[in-house]
Design a protein around this ligand. Sequence first.
Ligand SMILES: Cc1cc2nc3c(=O)[nH]c(=O)nc-3n(C[C@H](O)[C@H](O)[C@H](O)COP(=O)(O)OP(=O)(O)OC[C@H]3O[C@@H](n4cnc5c(N)ncnc54)[C@H](O)[C@@H]3O)c2cc1C
Length: 322
Amino acid sequence: MNNDSNISKVKLYGRPNSPEAYEIRDFLKRSVVEFDWIELTCDEDCYRELGFASVEELRLPIVELVDGSQMFAPTVREVAQQLGWVTQPKFKEYDLSIYGAGPAGLSAAVYAASEGLRTILIERYAVGGQAGSSSLIENYLGFPEGVSGADLAEKARQQAVKFGIELLILREGVKAEFRNNRIYVDMANDSKMVARANICATGVEYRRLNLPNEDRFLNRGVFYGAGASEAQLCSNKHIFVIGGGNSAGQAVMYFSQYAEKVTMLVRNNNLAASGDRYWWFASWIVYRSFTVFYWLAGRCLRTFSPSSQQSGRGRGFTTRCS
Ligand SMILES: Cc1cc2nc3c(=O)[nH]c(=O)nc-3n(C[C@H](O)[C@H](O)[C@H](O)COP(=O)(O)OP(=O)(O)OC[C@H]3O[C@@H](n4cnc5c(N)ncnc54)[C@H](O)[C@@H]3O)c2cc1C
């Protein structure tokens, strides 16, 4: 056991490519909890870091909280519980219940609570929604330098809490019914939520690619929307980003700072067709090696690479695929 009592950050120990460790990393990153990720690849790592002789005998991942307490192979819910974030509703009935704590739900919560409505915000995972995985949002009002999605969400959460909302995380609404001018919602944990009005701000689900063996590699090589928590772990890796929209562009920019190489696969024949363009100009000026492959009906049309690696700026070059 590590007896160091001067722990100032949460520590997360686990094996590389562990989906369980990824889930906790992603949750902590979205929740703006500072943590160190410590990879255990062999018994020596295990002994040096934790004082246990064998990595095989440990239930990984391990979360070590700032008070030094350790959780072995915890779920995200257990970590959140230990951090004191899993709470019960205070009231039997609310003026407004909002499902989903992405930007839409958070905005609604701020405005409702600031008008004095008794408001509850219910989120099935972490505050921030899709925006929580964004490395740098540049087009939101009031952030001329841009802001990471997790920071934006945390600021919005603080603002909403300041106005008196209640926030329940890791809770999910599954079914709703209107009667007596009330909305009765069945929650996934078999409890009920009652409110006079309701907003569903539940966003979108990622459409899966349905690749062969996808489930086997999910969160251990194949990720949907990963970025903020993973990019720094990708030095010496070749990353493929699938998609040509704004989020994919942002991911390419971010991963290019850390990864050995980033390749973007785009199904249309140009980037502008599928999303915003602002990231595109910034990316070839600032970042390292990346290549975009344009695909149409399974055929590579052309590739694009920035020519800027020596000079730091340039027009890039395009190659037609044969
Ligand atoms: C990597 C990335 C980068 C992006 N960058 C930008 C950008 O730079 N600029 C920009 O304008 N947009 C950007 N976007 C898009 C932006 O994040 C979304 O448009 C925005 O998050 C949508 O907000 P929302 O609140 O409607 O939904 P979401 O963000 O999808 O949030 C919905 C929330 O509802 C929760 N939920 C779902 N069902 C339930 C349920 N039954 N009960 C309780 N909770 C539930 C989900 O867990 C989720 O947290 C980006 C998206 C991604 C993925």
